[in-house]
Design a protein around this ligand. Sequence first.
Ligand code: GDP
Length: 486
Amino acid sequence: AADPVVKVAESRDRLLGGLLSPDFNDTSCLSRYRASLYRRESLHVLSSHLVSVLRRYESLHRLCGPGTSAYDRAVARLRSPSNTSDAATADQCRYLVWTPHAGLGNRILSLTSAFLYALLTGRVLLFHQPGDDMRDLFCEPFPGTTWILPEKDFPIRGMERFEIRTRESLGNALARGDDKAPQPPPWMYVHLRHDYVLRGGAKDRLFFCDEGQDAVGRVGWVVLLSDNYFLPGLFLIPRFERELSRMFPRRDAAFHHLGRYLFHPSNTVWGMVTRYHGSYLANADERVGIQVRIFPWAPIATDELYAQIIACAHGENILPRPVQEPTSSINATAAGKRKAVLVTSLHGDYYERIRDMYYENGAAGGDAVSVFQPTHLEGQKSEERRHNQKALAEMMLLSFSDVALTTAASTFGYVSHGLAGMRPWVLMSPVNKKAPSPPCRLAATIEPCFHSPPNYDCKARTKGDSGRTVRHVQHCEDAKDGVQLV
Ligand code: GDP
């Protein structure tokens, strides 16, 4: 049979309004021009300015990326800075090396933030892959070049182990007063892991102030490690304000656009996605995504969380209520809809209970409800490639939902509904192990939350509130200490 997706591909804008470059070989990355066909059409306006910024960035990356003579010269400068101090000219390529840390959702969000920082500062983004765990996960995002850092012979070693005490960090450089030295260092480390705000005296948070930006701006190579969606923090820095408002006239779709630009599952992952979708989800009239995540800092019993999920799903008409009359099963599908429910979780319990509910009872309205869960891996193993591939496949499958129910503060959920451009129903975090009331709320925005904002007042040089600094950055509903773009 003809591939229905191919037919749609011809009729719908496969480049997402100019977001994607047409300059790719289609077969090397099947998902790139196809993923959007599985989702509802995006209603979020893309600015022509962002499109031109992306095309300009692609040229820069081709000019400066690995394999070019400019890249070789820049690595040589890094290796022996003293020999080349005279070459400090404006036409040099500058780099931002991103280092993976924490779960896949966190990684995707910190990488997106790093990419926007690279766009704003004219740097080339390189992806450090210390292990095997992120190989064969994403396609190359930039045409005619690579974003993978060539590891062999790269002079800075052990970047994945950098931490708050790393000597070359921005915070430590500022504490020593190195930013006043006549010669900038050959490279600098920017530490934005969540603990950067916990150490009261550390100066790493000055990254979000002019002072920190002046210091980082002098340096040719920047290494960055973060487990956070620090992108909203860039909107707190005055020098980026004008450019950001041109790139994102509607701020609340920053991840939606940049995420759909950057993250295209490899053919291996896309195979899992399309096989699963074709087997279990494609024929439904409506697809409901339910993402259940349990955090050690927000413990809740299985019964309690299941009751919360059901209270939300029934209360908000996301799932039909179970009914006992025998006739309801006879009428199923004739009157009602075929609803496919995709559950993703590390645990199997919630899927089993929802499935049993619609096996043991009919569904109100005569809906035929089928329930699926691709994996239940029990534990998080972010250092395993197969594990990450499955996590990405499930984020993608969730992003194809028509309605979504997600767990508060989960970056896994943020990525899936951010890519979809859809506001999910959010299961609010338990309070003292109990589900709160109401059990869920429709998210205020599709934007992820920046869980560890700097909370620093750059002018007063003292503690501040990042949710009250600029109009478009406010506290998140699902994680009160965090901030998000609105
Ligand atoms: P967060 O911890 O919810 O913010 O999300 P992360 O993605 O950063 O980290 C959680 C990790 O646990 C994921 O990357 C997966 O490796 C794993 N994980 C959590 N929930 C699921 C799930 O529903 N399906 C799969 N396959 N993996 C999951």
